[in-house]
Design a protein around this ligand. Sequence first.
Ligand code: SF4
Ligand code: SF4
Length: 435
Amino acid sequence: MKSLFFGGVHPAGRKELSAAVPLSAMALPAQAAVLLRQHIGAPCEPLVTVGDTVCVGQKIADGGGLCVPIHAPVSGVVDAIEDRPHPGGGVCPAIIIKNDFLDTPAPTMKPYSHPERSTPTELLSIIHEAGIVGMGGAAFPSDVKAKTGMRQTDTLILNACECEPYITADDVLLRTRTSDVLQGLAVLSHVLGPDRTVIAVEDNKAEAAALLREHLADFPGVELKVLPTRYPQGAEKQLIQAVAGRQVPSGGLPRDVGCAVFNVATAAAVYRAVYEGTPAIERVVTVTGEGVKQPRNLIVRTGTSFLEVIAAAGGLTDDVWKVLSGGPMMGVAQRDLSVPVTKSTNAIVCLSNAQNGEAPHPTCIRCGKCLEVCPMRLEPLYLHRYSGAGDLDALDRLHLMDCIECGCCAYACPGKLPLVESFRRGKRALKEGVK
Ligand code: SF4
Ligand code: SF4
């Protein structure tokens, strides 16, 4: 089948490593390190102090502006508020909770009565108060996305592509909690009022697609679109192109072309918030790769360390090469495995030495392969050169900020040049305006 967007690549999926293992809940951690930066926007400020007793689901941090609250993932006592490593890089203040293993729920953890009769404004408030963010990795506050899309969205898309290799967290959610995901989507549809609601799934998820088809009888008007598998189809702009045939302009947003895109795990979180009164305190994490002994999907409370999640999957193999937060195309390599799971940690991918394909050539050989695969039609070879030279005017002229950091260029590059790292550096320099 022909690709429905420009560029892209077809890396080995390796989803079979974890897809067939039944979803299970991980044991609760003895300590939860709850990072205060788990969304795009302003970090939260703590609402608790050292020595306070907290319940599961209790709001423990919040802030103003572009910010959603953070809740306690375990019950217990606040042991410390201190800097901890962040899976996105650097360090970040965290509330450290010593688990009392009583799992005492906060009084606020109760279902809303008659959510189906709630107004869009009331539903937005529930989504905000539950601290829900884009759980596919973007971490943008979901209430803000939904609110700014109201009256501008004619097409609502549920992004069930999960195009990153290795990751199966959304696939397993679709197969085990199909109805929850669809009810969460129905809530988002009620808020946004689109003309068209589409679930987009790639053709490598036949079982999930079949289950969705069965359940759609209860959700009239929702379409299922099965797309040919191709990376990065799950990126918002590429998905909108594939589903609605519309091009988001440079620097623009999906709502500029009448679209809103939400991820599967986000829809499931919306369901839990609205129908069960549970805020964003846990998520499905795929822990997989040739570098971990028993790849699987686990339901993990936020604040649990990567090390504990990896231990629950049998531990690392002797030939582990690197551990990533996220997939091999867009993930961030981790140095310190005490780093905690956040709301947007969809996967911990452990690669072995056999996957180490780094740096045969130190320089660009001008083969042009990166130009052919860039889904944003950028010129990665020049972006790399100008980022290295610190030429901000050239980076701006060549639209570096449109780069979605998908890694297609680096994947296709025969020299295995560190293109994405170079673009991230260039973007930081552009934002800060320094050469
Ligand atoms: S990482 Fe950026 S430059 Fe490279 S292919 Fe993706 S969008 Fe294009
Ligand atoms: S693919 Fe790599 S080697 Fe080829 S032109 Fe692009 S940056 Fe240069």
